[in-house]
Write a protein that binds this ligand. Structure first.
Ligand code: ADP
Ligand code: GLC
Length: 487
């Protein structure tokens, strides 16, 4: 099996969230499972710098549309992973966030930029590809590469590789003015209900979901949630219509990068047999962030994008009350300016009780996962979520809302689950501050009972979240997509 994995970010070089983590780990896991993989990614400056030696594979004049000419480079990393870097100075030679300018607005030419990524992904998966390596499956990820299956249909007569679109987040769809179709080289007949048209506009994601052979998303629960109006973001009708093609495959995590026994970022390494050593990480974190250094005060950790999705406004609402009760909060996050301000204000009002670091800091994220007593994710929706799996693995029980991948990974500490040894965290239902408060209170009460707390920590640390299981499931999906293409 050979797969071309098209994606708009790859950690650690370019990462805005979990997508970058997945793009770094899943292709490697697929390789280990015997799949040939090429990762097609824009040649942002950070990617070019990271790759060192590379060779030019092809000069590409994307037929159709008004795309600038581009160059495809191949770089083979030391562990054997092969990256295909799509170089187009006009589209990708800019520093900073891959999607947003310095003011936090979408780059005005995003349709062209990710249209190019999608166009080249299709070209490389179709007969007549300029490269002599042919994929059986084109695997697209989120809206930035989702237009590729539409190109395969409308410009290559569906002659190319089988195609899969993985939804990492349905809330981002890549919607542009319909007039963008012509410069992107899509024929007028593509702008219809069963093509790329969405409420009179051009939608990259909708086009991909409509034209691909299979749709996957990153957890089984999210796969069923998006079939309904609450989570479907307007695409629930299409997803229901194609429901027999939609499935959920839970993400894994990188168990080498996230290993408390070896993590170089920690003050003290530990595993499930030496959980007492975790306390030194809490003390170090309290000192680092200017929190009162007190082992008895329950310390809640957060590492997150600050957006509506993540529900951290709910935690902010009860932040004062929590601190008054003696709990502490250590938050690392960035995003929505108003929410950033809200968290800075809470930290200023509650010195020693709440610390808010606004920014993106990979190693501090590790120290919070290890140093906090519990980890908070009150997400309104969560396609998978990686942080709850990091925290389970770090013996830092997560407090989460029952949605998406959180529902699939966290087992609430009910009396029953505690009795049968499955409980690994705290789960609440309603996206409201009182419901979250109640779950945090349950966590605080349980924290006061060290034996039960240890059992919950160990249950989380026992679970296997490595990528190998997910890779096997993706391979099955690849085979199914190829079969569908052949029939
Ligand atoms: P999402 O992709 O929706 O943001 P995930 O839980 O899948 O959520 O992945 C988020 C990833 O980004 C995790 O690896 C998390 O540690 C990381 N992350 C998010 N915000 C920050 C931050 N401010 N600093 C460091 N890492 C962050
Ligand atoms: C998205 C989702 C997140 C998921 C990640 C990787 O950013 O918001 O839940 O874990 O993609 O699949």
């Amino acid at each position: 099996m050979r797969a071309l994995f098209a994606v708009s970010e790859v950690a650690p070089w370019v990462k805005t969230g979990g997508l970058g983590d997945v793009a770094a780990a899943l292709p490697r896991a697929l390789m280990s499972a015997g799949c040939g993989v090429r990762v097609l990614v824009p040649a942002y400056p950070a990617m070019m710098k990271a790759c060192g030696e590379r060779r030019a594979l092809a000069r590409i004049d994307s037929p159709g549309g008004r795309f600038p000419a581009s160059t495809l480079w191949e770089a083979v990393l030391t562990d054997g992973l092969t990256l295909w870097l799509l170089e187009s100075p006009e589209c990708f030679s800019r520093e900073g966030n891959p999607y947003l300018d310095a003011q936090g607005h979408q780059w005005s030419d995003n349709a062209l930029r990710f249209g190019l990524l999608s166009r080249v992904a299709a070209l490389l998966s179709a007969p007549g590809s300029p490269v002599d390596w042919h994929a059986d499956v084109l695997h697209c990820n989120d809206w930035q590469s989702a237009l590729a299956p539409a190109y395969l249909r409308y410009l290559h007569g569906d002659e190319g590789a089988a195609s899969i679109v993985t939804i990492h987040n349905l809330a981002f769809q890549g919607i542009f003015d319909a007039t963008e179709c012509a410069p992107l080289g899509l024929p007028e007949r593509a702008l219809t209900l069963d093509g790329v048209e969405f409420h009179g506009k051009l939608s990259f994601l909708k086009g991909g979901l409509q034209c691909c052979d299979l749709v996957t998303t990153v957890s089984p629960t999210y796969a069923s949630e998006i079939l309904g109006p609450e989570y479907g973001c307007g695409l629930e009708g299409l997803l229901r219509y194609r429901a027999d093609r939609v499935s959920g495959i839970l993400n894994g995590i990188d168990t080498e990068v996230w290993d408390a026994a070896r993590d170089p970022a920690l003050a003290s390494n530990y595993d499930s047999h030496s959980l007492d050593a975790k306390a030194a990480n809490k003390l170090a974190l309290q000192k680092e962030l200017g929190l009162a250094p007190d082992p008895q005060r329950m310390l809640f950790g957060v590492v997150s994008r600050l957006t509506e999705q993540k529900g951290l406004d709910l935690l902010l609402e009860i932040g004062d009350a929590l601190c008054e009760e003696g709990a502490q909060i250590a938050l690392l996050g960035s995003g929505d300016r108003a929410m950033e301000r809200g968290w800075r204000d809470l930290a200023a009002r509650r010195p020693g009780g709440c610390a808010a670091v606004i920014g993106f800091d990979e190693t501090l994220a590790h120290r919070i996962e290890a140093g906090a007593d519990a980890f908070v994710m009150p997400s309104r929706f969560e396609p998978c979520g990686l942080n709850q799996m990091y925290s389970l693995r770090y013996g830092t029980p997560p407090v989460v809302r029952r949605t998406g991948g959180l529902a699939d990974t966290v087992v609430d500490a009910t009396p029953q689950a505690l009795a049968d040894g499955g409980a690994n965290g705290f789960v609440f239902e309603e996206a409201s501050a009182p419901a979250l408060f109640d779950a945090l209170h349950r966590a605080i009460a349980t924290f006061g009972d060290p034996r039960t707390w240890r059992a919950i920590q160990r249950a989380g640390m026992r679970a296997d979240f490595s990528w190998s299981g997910a890779a096997a499931r993706y391979l099955e999906a690849y085979r199914a997509a190829v079969r569908l293409r052949e029939t």
